[in-house]
Design a protein around this ligand. Sequence first.
Ligand SMILES: [Zn+2]
Length: 287
Amino acid sequence: MATAMIRRAARDLVRAAVCLLAAMFVPAMAAAHTDSGRTEAWVREASTGLYPRAIDALSRIVDPERRLLAVRAYLRVGDALPERWTWPQERLASYDSTPEGKMADADIDAVCTAFAAANPGFTLEVNRQPRSLESQLAHWNENASVRAVAASLTAQLELRFAGITGAPSQEELRAALVEWKPPVAATLAAPGLSAHGQGRAFDFQVMRNGRIVAGLDAASARARWDAAGWTRRLESAMRVAGGRFSGPLSSPYEPWHYAYTPAPHGSPALTARVQGPAPATLASPQR
Ligand SMILES: [Zn+2]
């Protein structure tokens, strides 16, 4: 008798717990669903009429919040989007054999030589290939800092439009996106907008006997680069090698990232030797 009562009580307790959990989570799930639908609608509205390659890139971003953050980046670049856009595959593939590609190769060699001479036993490793759109998309889709900044943007827009009836207009949405300032910078440029996509930036990592001593990891920038002296030593190698690199990138802080200008601004050589636009300044995020 007592056992049966205990069993019944236990069963009731389990039922109550299930009901409580359902009450807690089902509305939350429904709300999350609604929010994601609304974010998706914002993306559609704000991106309508954008540069077709940007629209295509958006379709390959995995979630609406990351898509919305990319739309913001595209809107901020505005009319310069086509000239800032990552080179297509054919141009990336032929880069090595172009005058610009050869110039970059020789300049990187000069930095590596100066660095190795000043730091016996250590070398620099550099990915000399411009970064493809596919690679930028893959990073954007998995990067944790992008997720955090995108969530913060979505939350801000929810607040901003909470009081209005109906959906915001394209103009209102675009203004809200362009005006928003992230609390901290994401560690990546939006897909298509990385300076690496046009050979306008290179990342240098410090190696010893095939092992990474100071790598491309934002979390360890202060300890592995600044405190260990590599930031200063790389800067010094840049100075010795000549003036076509500038940096390192300050926001987000990446002591390994240097912008590259194939020839001095205004030089006739630039027009003759380099196809495409001159790079934008380093102040804009072009990781
Ligand atoms: Zn970089």
